[in-house]
Design a protein around this ligand. Structure first.
Ligand code: SF4
Length: 323
């Protein structure tokens, strides 16, 4: 395949969200990445919060944390490049131990993952003996290893109820835990971690949005504070939001989540008006076409998970995938 033609033809996909002049500045890297993927038998996994030139331009598999975790299992490639943050790359490595997993920037972290350590989990277990620990996937492999089972924003309630116990610890996202607690009879003990992007939304923002954009449908991510979720029409993971827009085709919608999500969903729905209050994740935005290209050229930065940690962390992830 002629890579130059391929990169240029990709523009049709993103023309609604990327100006032509800007896309032209991306073309050289897109072409190089397409060629490198073929040469190295590599695939790119991109989270919904990646910018459209990555998400629609070079990614092979896209989705939220749960989708990436699931699809990573079936990846038929020698190399996986994770266009997302570090815990996602670790999860891909846990599920693909024999493959080379690369993250283009090792500083692509997460405020939730940084909010808790395995030592904190040990202290929680002491404080609440016998209470199972459910860990949101936005955590390090070491914290997952210290836990009983993982969850994502897409399956948190399901996981809580699948354990069949009256009380669980759900770490580290306080808001996710409180939002799930409203939907279940299981008692949930929360940690105090927050997503630095979603905690910026307020209930007042939602009221203002409704006033300024009559008829707007408000979809909120469950990492938003509970009073924001209470004001929204629906709370759900990025996959739920995307499906909702596809199925219900609201005339006007606002997605209370990271900025790039609206761009990526809007590409498929020219008939829907997206209102875009913009909160950027600085960690997600560390990933660029240029450093994806360098990752493939230089085989950097390889994600390595300690063997003992990997066994226990994989168990927690696989338990989640089995739910
Ligand atoms: S959006 Fe929030 S939860 Fe997601 S990577 Fe950024 S800081 Fe972490």
């Amino acid at each position: 395949m002629n890579t130059a033609v391929s990169a240029a033809s990709l523009y049709n996909r993103v023309s609604r969200v990327i100006p032509k002049a800007e896309w032209m500045s991306f073309e050289e890297d897109v072409e190089a990445i397409l060629e490198l993927k073929r040469k190295r038998n590599a695939v790119i996994l991109a989270h919904n919060y990646q910018t459209p030139e990555i998400f629609h331009g070079v990614a092979d598999i896209v989705g939220d944390s749960l989708a990436l975790a699931r699809k990573a299992v079936d990846v038929d490639a020698d190399v996986i490049v994770l266009a997302g943050v570090h815990f996602m790359a670790e999860t891909a490595k846990l599920l693909n131990p024999t493959k080379t997993v690369l993250i283009p920037d090792t500083e692509a972290g997460c405020s939730l993952a940084d909010s808790i350590t395995p030592e904190d989990v040990a202290l929680l277990r002491k404080a609440y003996p016998g209470v199972p620990v459910i860990t949101y996937v936005n955590t390090s492999a070491a914290v997952k290893a210290a836990s009983d089972i993982c969850c994502t924003s897409g399956n948190a309630k399901q996981v809580v109820e699948a354990l069949g116990v009256p009380r669980v610890l759900m770490i580290p996202d306080e808001y996710l835990a409180r939002n799930v607690a409203k939907e279940t009879n299981v008692e949930i003990i929360a940690w105090h971690g927050h997503c630095e992007v979603h905690e910026l939304f307020s209930a007042e923002d939602v009221r203002q949005l409704r006033e300024n954009h009559p008829g707007v449908t408000v979809l909120a991510h469950p990492e938003c504070p509970p009073d924001v979720v209470a004001e929204a029409d629906l709370a759900g993971s990025t996959a739920v939001m995307s499906d909702y827009v596809g199925e219900k085709k609201p005339a006007r919608v606002v997605l209370l989540t990271e900025c790039s999500m609206s761009d990526n969903v809007a590409v498929h729905h020219p008939d829907v008006e997206f209102i875009r209050p913009c909160n950027l994740c600085p960690h997600m935005k560390r990933i660029t076409l240029r450093n994806i290209r360098t990752a493939l050229e230089e085989n950097q930065h390889e994600v390595v998970v300690d063997a003992n940690v990997a066994v226990a962390a994989r168990r927690a992830v696989e338990r989640m995938l089995a739910v």
